[in-house]
Design a protein around this ligand. Structure first.
Ligand SMILES: [Mg+2]
Length: 305
């Protein structure tokens, strides 16, 4: 029996008298069916370090063939969206800049959309971050000079130094607003994790004794933006990610459906230890199971329904 629907696609709740576990299952069945947009995290989902994860390329082809709109959303700020198009092509994943969102591109958009230009910004981060900021008209500096610094933007920087820390600290102490691209403490690579952008943000926050505005996941705005761009309601989008406190939490805050993949940072045990409202709706071993999820062959976890 298929669930009843309103003409607009909204769900009717199941008939009275069903056992609760069947009600949950019944509702989840319908919800898997109404997904139109799939938002994929990158690190720990499509690849780990420089190694593609099993099924990633095939599944993105399957999604395209089945008319899902696919977006890629990473908290990594080190590369431009154009670089990600090339990087993903190398992994057999075809997309374009309009379907890639990074914490660097979001930060640039934050400046553009909030009327903050022209702005002089001291940047701690790798090349993708200043490039994205410059593309919207931000004046990027790497150290203090004569011109006052309006903002300090901090992201992942594998050439972080005490000097950079000192520059950022002094600019913030002099009144610059502190913005972080993300607070991911770690970053998954082959068989291990390395310090993430959040580790560098923490150093600056400690030195400046100031907490930043965080632009990337788990802030919900990007999830809402993607839904707006795709022309769908939040509950018609599925966020697939490997990190509970960013990917899954962003999805929860934005009202998206969420799926944790176990090929990156977070574990199923960590998911189950969360309050029910914060758990992902689905947990899968890897990307190769996402088509099964979308075809309702993967039971929901014990998260919110
Ligand atoms: Mg990830």
């Amino acid at each position: 029996m298929r669930p009843a629907r309103f003409p607009g696609g909204r769900l009717l709740f199941p008939a009275d008298g069903l056992p609760w576990e069947q009600c949950g299952r019944y509702l989840m069945t319908a919800r898997a069916e109404q997904i139109k947009v799939v938002i994929l995290d990158l690190d720990g989902v499509i690849y780990r370090g420089h190694t593609p994860l099993p099924g990633a390329s095939d599944v993105t082809k399957w999604l395209a063939a089945h008319d899902y709109q696919v977006y890629y959303f990473t908290n990594n700020s080190t590369k431009t969206r154009e670089s990600y198009v090339e990087l993903l092509a190398g992994y057999g994943v075809a997309t374009d800049v309009d379907h890639i969102v990074t914490s660097a591109s979001l930060t640039a958009r934050y400046f553009a959309d909030n009327g903050l230009l022209p702005a002089t910004v001291l940047v701690v981060g790798e090349e993708g971050l200043p490039q994205e900021l410059r593309s919207v008209g931000v004046r990027v500096v790497r150290r203090r000079g004569k011109r006052p610094i309006g903002y300090v933007v901090v992201g992942m920087d594998r050439k972080f130094t005490y000097r950079k820390l000192h520059e950022a600290q002094q600019a913030i102490r002099s009144g610059a607003k502190f913005i972080a691209t993300n607070r991911d403490a770690t970053y998954p690579v082959e068989g291990n994790v390395i310090p993430g952008g959040g580790s560098i943000v923490a150093a600056v926050a400690t030195a400046a004794e100031t907490e930043p505005l965080v632009i990337g996941k788990p802030s919900p705005e990007a999830g809402r933006l993607i839904c707006h761009q795709a022309g769908v309601r939040p509950e018609e989008a599925l966020m697939v990610g490997d990190r509970l406190e960013t990917d899954i939490e962003m999805g929860r805050r934005a009202g998206l459906l969420t799926c944790l993949v176990l090929t990156g940072i977070s574990t199923a045990e960590e998911a189950q230890a969360l309050p029910a409202a914060s758990r992902p709706q689905w947990i899968v071993d890897g990307m190769e199971q996402v088509p099964d999820l979308l075809q309702d062959r993967i039971p929901p976890s014990e998260g919110p329904i």
